[in-house]
Design a protein. Structure first.
Length: 71
């Protein structure tokens, strides 16, 4: 289900990084390699926040007619 195959998923990359760190497979700061580019994920032990750094690009542009969808 979902959106199908995407070039990158920040939520999935963050969840994977935390899961790997909890299972002692990686450190709390890692680079996740995705088709759309690398994401640097850091799980901060002090505040329990997850920080993600990586590229962002526009992949779609379109228009919508509000009247059409509100009928």
């Amino acid at each position: 289900g979902g959106a199908g195959v995407t070039l990158a998923c920040g939520t999935g990359a963050c969840a994977t990084a935390v899961g790997c760190a909890l299972n002692k497979k990686t450190e709390r700061a890692i680079t996740v390699h995705l088709l759309g580019g690398d994401l640097y994920i850091e799980w901060d032990e002090k505040d329990n926040h997850i920080y993600m750094t990586g590229p962002a690009v526009e992949v779609y542009q379109g228009e919508i007619d509000i009247e059409t969808i509100t009928r």
